[in-house]
Design a protein around this ligand. Structure first.
Ligand code: C5P
Length: 222
């Protein structure tokens, strides 16, 4: 097929979704936030007390989980079995559960399958942890994002404190460090830079500068 796929991977709270959204908007591509899918699965596991060590329970849960994206203004709107869960999946209980659930082989197999289907014939920007390595190893363009962990924690803290006034910077920092550790050390498609991914360290870059960086790379593809 001749559709364009842009894969954006990297550590937690690196601004992947901000860049991916801006890029999709500019290029009129579809934006898919793969992390939202793992978060919705984690929410289901929490609500239904699914035991992550019980394979039969995991398989049954996956059969019962139906996710759907509906894009509006390039914001992520995701439903879990018909219920809008876009806000709830950003709360701390889900953030604390998601890396455990996303490390499960059955969960990854199913999510990757759904993600690959989304990129079959459309131009898309997808962000996550394994998009350039596992989901779309032949992606047209791969960007791997990093930033100083303290800067990432501060950005995420500033973003969520209005909705979540009790949260502390330390809690946010701990959660990011924990997810980085878990995501990079898990057995099943760990977070790693694809050999052909371009590194973007955005510690000292504005969102506009990051968008320009990516657009320059897209321009070079032509
Ligand atoms: O992107 P976001 O931080 O919302 O992702 C939440 C979590 O989902 C990550 O910490 C990671 O454990 C998992 N994830 C993943 N593979 C992806 C996207 C997200 O394992 N492609």
């Amino acid at each position: 097929s001749n559709n364009t796929i842009i894969a954006i991977d990297g550590y937690s709270s690196c601004g992947k979704s901000t860049l991916a959204k801006a890029l999709a908007k500019k290029l009129h591509y579809i934006y898919v936030d793969s992390g939202a899918m793992y978060r919705a699965v984690a929410l289901y596991f929490l609500r239904n007390n699914i035991d992550s060590a019980d394979h039969a329970q995991i398989e049954a849960a996956l059969k019962d989980i139906h996710l759907n994206f509906h894009s509006r203004d390039y914001e992520t709107h995701i439903t879990l079995n018909g219920e809008e869960v876009s806000d709830e999946i950003r709360q701390m209980p889900v953030s604390e559960k998601v890396s455990e659930v996303s490390a499960l082989k059955e969960v990854r197999r199913e999510m990757v399958k759904q993600q690959q289907r989304m990129g079959q014939s459309k131009n898309i920007v997808m962000d996550g942890r394994d998009i350039g390595t596992t989901v779309f190893p032949n992606a047209t363009l791969k960007i791997f994002m990093t930033a100083d962990p303290a800067v990432r924690a501060q950005r995420r803290y500033d973003e969520i404190r209005t909705k979540n006034p009790d949260i502390t910077l330390e809690e946010v920092f701990e959660n990011i460090a924990h997810r980085d550790y878990s995501d990079t050390t898990r057995e099943e498609s760990p977070l790693v830079r694809a050999k052909d991914a371009i590194i973007l360290d955005n510690t000292n870059l504005t969102p506009e500068e990051q968008l320009q960086f990516a657009l320059d790379k897209v321009e070079k593809l032509k």
